[in-house]
Design a protein around this ligand. Sequence first.
Ligand code: ZN
Length: 197
Amino acid sequence: MEEKKIGSAEEYSKYHVQGSLIKSRILYIHVNQGFSALKKILATLPDEVREQLSKTVYIGEWYPLSMLVMLDQAIAQVLAGGSERVFEELGVFSADVNLSGAYEPLVHQDVHAFLELTAVLHKQYQDFGEAQYLRLNDNGALLQFRYPQSPPASYCKSAIGYLRRAVELCSGRQVTVRMTGCLRQGDPLCEYRVEWH
Ligand SMILES: [Zn+2]
């Protein structure tokens, strides 16, 4: 079956994300579905995006947010029949990939220290928005994100998976992450309530 072409996500072209985010998506496709799936996904993207993603994606370089948004939409369409559930899974995978190797020292700290650092490091991974960490109690915290415009669905959903997996990597048990606010739903900010034991 011929897959439908992904639109340009123009509204996100003026913001940027780190190559590590794009790279973890490519790896996700490779590891879970293989090269033929990657080809199929790339085929649904506009020519210039497909060309860029077919070349090496560099960690440490900035890429347009629109590129990540289109890639996420293509992944959902080709691998999940359009279901947004796959975004949470992408977040889990991203935590596994990005919190190993050079960033592994981050996860040896206690959960609160990790979440606080996550907010501090926000600007290292995207050039838009502000993140804030709020301690609730010994086993709970809020992470709040203020964005200049409504973020893409894949961003909000993947954060749930990312935070849950990251807290597990910090030895948190029975981790729950709930989205308690979202700019996309008319709230003033995107907010996640993280709890663990
Ligand atoms: Zn949101």
